[in-house]
Ligand binder design. Structure first.
Ligand code: FPP
Length: 248
């Protein structure tokens, strides 16, 4: 039986988040510039989005550009921004055809104007699509998002709209840029690195982590299926005991 056929479609994670890592090393392996890795990373994005949509995943969050990535050499940042604009523009008809909705999280106002406008245009054009929601994390860092959320809550306290004692975790959920998106059940990171790198720190509280040595441009449908199968073998206890899970 193929990996895809082994997946229990009644137990799919609703939301998968991915740290797409290893583009630079992949390019280096071919003696090429880093941008060559990012170009091929886009191919892996296409493959993964289409495979996820096909098996019925509802949300897919991709860490495409972190707040810290602004510190990369200017040529790489410029090339990446260009690639983002071109890809989003070129792929908009495919998103429409596949009923995929685009969303973004992060400080997108920091993006070059051309990139920001194209992003907003595609978000707007796909907003009524009801299939997979693809969430692009752009100029994103979880600490940035959490600090913003705290500022918003503090302002409400200052204005007398809420009492400090009434602050809840749901209130924070609603102030984050991931508002309305369920927390990811599964987080995948490629390239052998095993860290979270300021990605969805709040939302990953109970996620299962899956690490693969594959570099992102080498990530194929089969790798996504493998990660899902691995996830489906895990027992998610949310702080309870195994026995409680059986009796409940
Ligand atoms: C990490 O690899 C990858 C990035 C920082 C950029 C990822 C962006 C893409 C794949 C393009 C996305 C495009 C769309 C439209 C979603 P790295 O450069 O850190 O690799 P390294 O760790 O080997 O140096």
């Amino acid at each position: 039986m193929s990996k895809k056929d082994q997946i229990d479609t009644t137990k799919l994670p609703k939301h998968i988040a991915i740290i797409m890592d290893g583009n630079g090393r992949w390019a280096k392996g071919f003696g090429k510039f880093r941008i060559f890795g990012h170009y091929n990373g886009v191919k892996a994005v296409k493959t993964t989005v289409e495979a996820a949509a096909e098996i019925g995943i509802k949300y897919l969050t991709l860490y495409a550009f972190s707040t810290e990535n602004w510190n990369r050499p200017k040529t790489e940042v410029d090339d990446l921004m260009e690639l983002l604009v071109d890809t989003i523009k070129k792929e908009t008809p495919t998103l429409q055809k596949n009923n995929i909705r685009l969303m973004s999280i992060g400080n997108t106002l920091d993006l070059p104007e051309k990139c920001y406008l194209q992003l907003q245009e595609t978000i707007d054009a796909t907003k009524s699509n009801t299939g997979l929601t693809m969430v692009l994390a752009l100029s994103y860092s979880a600490k940035w998002d959490i600090v913003n959320a705290i500022k918003n809550i503090a302002t409400k306290v200052k204005n007398g709209d809420i009492l400090v004692d009434n602050i809840t975790s749901e209130m924070l959920d609603n102030e984050l840029s991931t508002k309305g998106v369920p927390d990811p059940e599964l987080m995948i990171r490629t390239s052998g690195e095993q860290r979270v790198s300021n990605f969805l720190l709040w939302e990953l509280a109970y996620s299962e982590f899956y690490f693969t040595d594959k570099l992102w441009p080498d990530f194929k449908e089969e790798d996504l299926y493998e990660a899902i199968l691995n996830y489906q073998q895990r027992e998610r206890r949310f702080g309870k005991t195994s026995e409680q899970l059986i009796t409940n």
